[in-house]
Design a protein around this ligand. Structure first.
Ligand code: ADE
Ligand code: SF4
Length: 358
């Protein structure tokens, strides 16, 4: 472990804790999941927050809890309904894991989120971050956590210039050292994340507003933007897709994605991947062609969408309803059902753009 290159009189990080906590009590955002102590509700918020911005999560979280208010309700739900409530958040494996974890809680923990780290970690989809978050925030257990915000705050504050994966392991060690053992772990963890989310932001840290400004190594050295070191990025893949818009009265023709693989079982417009060669990028595996549907050359709509490192351009062409009776994996879906359907984010975007077309 690399030592921070701070001056010898730099205070012990533990002595700085009260400042960050005082800042958090004063400045924390009033978020709906901060008004509950229900471990289930907190767990759902943390699962959503791992991949999505707070502003987006608020609405999803409220709808999800209205729909599945308890562990039992989620455990008993149909998978499609859970996917529909998750639709647009991406990383759909996580939504499936939530339901599986709820079922495990009903079977093994009397329908409650377990308050022991090991039991929590044994649940589907519950990794070290989520376990630390729920245990500390909902149960006030002295559980540490690290997310991207925490890596950034520690790396800057304490001056760590290890490469990103190593910085993350280093941050876990700092988190374990600094998490309060005698109460307040939930507040401490949230204070760290909140500082990273609102002040110590990736590109424009507001050091002048930061409670750590006079002890921060990165600030003293003017290296805020260099720390933590950048994650190695997957190089961008440009994906060109062609989709069909086939309407018949109040219904549209949709395709269900295969089970297994990306966005498994979600619905989308019938889609064909033009480039790169579908064998090389499995985002949209080739399944069939609707060449027989005589699509218009001129697209009805052109959409741009990103999924992780894939940059997608989707051209939607109008096509005529197929004559065949057997059209699986396609199905006619009434437009009134689209809101409750397990659609992928891109499909939702496309259908919204096409909502005025007959
Ligand atoms: N990011 C994810 N969970 C958070 C929380 N509980 N507080 C602040 N930022 C977060
Ligand atoms: Fe981040 Fe600046 Fe605060 Fe350091 S002083 S922790 S770089 S916001």
């Amino acid at each position: 472990v690399r030592r921070p290159r701070s001056s010898p009189q730099a205070p012990d990080p533990a002595e700085v804790r009260p400042r960050l906590l005082a800042w958090y009590r004063q400045r924390r955002r009033d978020l709906p999941w901060r008004r509950t102590r229900d471990p289930y509700a907190i767990w759902i918020s943390e699962a959503m927050l791992q991949q999505t911005r707070v502003e987006t999560v608020v609405g999803y979280w409220e709808r999800f809890l209205a729909r599945f208010p308890t562990v039992e309700a989620l455990a008993a739900a149909a998978e499609d309904d859970v996917l529909a409530a998750w639709s647009g958040l991406g990383y759909y494996r996580r939504a499936r894991a939530l339901r599986a974890a709820a079922q495990a809680m009903v079977e093994r923990h009397a329908g409650r989120f377990p308050d022991e780290l090991e039991a929590a970690r044994a649940l589907p989809g519950v990794g070290p971050y989520t376990a630390g978050a729920v245990l500390s925030i909902a149960f006030d257990r002295p559980a540490a956590l690290v997310d991207g915000n925490v890596v950034r705050v520690f790396a800057r504050w304490l001056g760590c210039d290890l490469e990103y994966a190593a910085a993350t392991r280093w941050a876990w060690a700092r988190a374990e050292e600094l998490v309060p053992r005698d109460g307040g772990a939930g507040e401490w963890n949230q204070a760290l994340m909140e500082l990273g989310a609102t002040v110590c932001t990736p590109r424009e840290p507001r050091c002048a507003e930061c409670p750590l400004q006079d002890v921060c190594v990165a600030r003293a050295e003017g290296r805020q933007l260099e720390l933590p070191r950048a994650k190695p990025r997957k190089s961008r893949v440009d994906v060109e897709l062609e989709a069909l818009f086939v309407a018949r009265g109040a219904e549209v023709l949709l395709e269900r994605r295969p089970s297994g693989g990306r966005m498994a079982d979600l619905w989308q417009l019938p889609t064909l991947q033009l480039s790169p060669e579908p064998e090389r990028a499995s985002l949209f595996p080739p399944r069939y062609t609707l060449a027989s549907l005589a699509a218009d050359d001129e697209p009805l709509a052109v959409l741009r969408h990103s999924i992780t490192h894939h940059r997608i351009v989707l051209r939607v062409h109008r096509a005529h309803p197929p004559a065949e009776k057997r059209i699986e994996p396609l199905a006619w879906i009434p437009r009134t059902r689209l809101g409750a359907l397990a659609l992928g984010g891109m499909a939702r975007k496309a259908l919204r753009a096409l909502s005025s077309h007959q």
